[in-house]
Design a protein around this ligand. Structure first.
Ligand SMILES: *Cc1c(COP(=O)(O)O)cnc(C)c1O
Ligand SMILES: [Zn+2]
Length: 419
């Protein structure tokens, strides 16, 4: 059932066979999957997609796998929520939250890319899978590897949230933390991939892995009734998801599944790790690496592999990008939780905080249909906000004590009996 024909270098166009390869031998450009769009156009329709289970495999013709997948049977197809209360508060009527806080099974967008990468790893016959991760990728690889019955090694920088360490080790994965930042981890993992021959989902399986991110965009279009929004705000870490959402929209147009619409695609980074936004604001293609320092650890990548393609996709779409300070990120996490009942991790706070800035700048207009990407769950990053919420009140198990507390809390105006 495969519709992939080859891998191709994004820079020089050289063709490669469909194997665990990721860089071009001649120019070191990244390799990308090539599909037979003519056959996909003939095979795929709204009706066929809508008849399938509510998971990311409903778009399987546009994903780089050969066989009927059984990894990630419940991954993807997360809610697109019309955020009416948040929208009223910030002044956008058609505001939508694409909610990957409830992605199955590890509560982040990474369940998409990993479902595809591990399916491909099995098809290539690997017995050990691995990754260089800022945390969410780790938990996704560990969980999906467990279900696939594969051995799993996880590499993370020291200092990641404990939820991400425990949340990986629980699945039986070996967790190794590295004294250094994500970019140090990534460099080491490239060496290990070469020497040990493991499937590193985001290194030697990267061309396949990254394609899984398109499903975020496919779902937005389908959930808006096969229409594209006016603006989408997307967080940028290594730079996978943003260009792949742009690609998803383009593919749907090319094969005739959506008409018109040219969404502005906006990038969001944390101020403590914003190399792509700095380059965007300077008007250059040159991304100067930074040393990350932010509570948004899952998107703290100082030297993003695909940052260049983020700049290209943002500019081509007429979008923009902004950064948010840690304080703005925490405020946005609280705003989303208070208005919509969604608890995002700092990456989600970043996208919402940036949405507010773009709105204030007039880059997003109040009458637009706007999608804010919430890519990870706050339950994994309690450290980031535990000091920013009201601490619990402690009383004895006596009604008098509660009466006194309630009077204090309600400013002494109302007493028991009145609701
Ligand atoms: C990995 C990740 C992203 C996006 O990362 P890219 O490398 O740019 O695709 C966004 N949000 C969360 C929560 C993540 O874990
Ligand atoms: Zn090349």
């Amino acid at each position: 059932m495969s519709y992939i024909t080859a891998l191709k270098c994004r820079e020089c166009g050289q063709d490669y066979p469909v194997e665990p390869l990721h860089v071009c031998e001649t120019c070191f450009g990244p390799l990308e999957v090539v599909y037979d769009y003519g056959r996909i156009r003939a095979a795929l329709s709204h009706k066929l997609i809508e008849s399938r289970p509510r998971n990311l495999w409903r778009y399987r013709e546009l994903l780089p796998v050969d066989h009927e997948p059984d990894i990630g049977p419940c991954s993807g197809f997360t809610p697109l929520l019309h955020a009416r209360r948040l929208g009223a508060e910030i002044g956008i009527k058609r505001l939508y939250i694409k909610d990957d806080t409830v992605n199955h099974p590890t509560l982040s967008y990474k369940d998409r890319v990993v479902s595809v990468a591990i399916t491909r790893a099995q098809e290539f016959g690997f017995s050990t899978v691995s990754c260089a991760s800022t945390g969410n990728l780790a938990t996704a690889v560990a969980a999906h590897a467990a279900r696939a019955g594969l051995k799993c090694y996880i590499f993370m920088p020291e200092g990641v949230e404990s939820g991400k360490i425990v949340g990986s080790a629980i699945y039986g994965a070996r967790v190794i933390t590295i004294r250094g930042n994500y970019d140090d981890v990534n460099r080491l993992c490239s060496e290990i991939a070469d020497k040990y021959g493991w499937a590193f989902v985001n290194i030697n399986l990267r061309p396949y892995y990254t394609e899984g991110a398109k499903t975020f965009g496919f779902e937005i279009a389908e959930q808006l009734g096969w229409k594209l929004p006016d603006s989408v705000v997307i967080p940028t870490a290594g730079g996978t998801i943003l260009p792949k959402v742009a690609k998803a929209f383009k593919e749907l147009k090319d094969i005739g599944l959506v008409k018109g619409g040219a969404p502005k695609i906006h990038s969001a980074q944390a101020a403590g790790s914003a190399p792509v936004i700095h380059a965007l604001h300077k008007g250059t293609d040159l991304i100067s690496p930074v040393k990350p320092n932010t509570i948004a650890k899952s998107i703290a990548i100082g030297n993003p592999a695909d940052g260049f393609y983020v700049l290209g996709a943002v500019r081509e779409s007429g979008g923009w990008g902004e950064m948010a300070t840690d304080e703005e990120i925490v405020d946005a996490i609280k705003l989303l939780a208070r208005t919509e009942g969604i608890f995002a991790e700092p990456a989600g706070g970043t996208t919402l905080a940036v949405t507010l800035k773009l709105l204030a700048q007039g880059r997003i207009k109040p009458e637009e249909t706007v999608v804010v990407s919430i890519t990870g769950n706050g339950y994994k990053t309690l450290e980031a906000v535990s000091n920013a919420v009201e601490q619990p009140f402690v009383i004895e198990a006596r009604l008098d004590d509660f009466d006194a507390l309630f009077e204090r809390l309600s400013g002494g105006k109302r007493l028991a009996g009145a609701a």
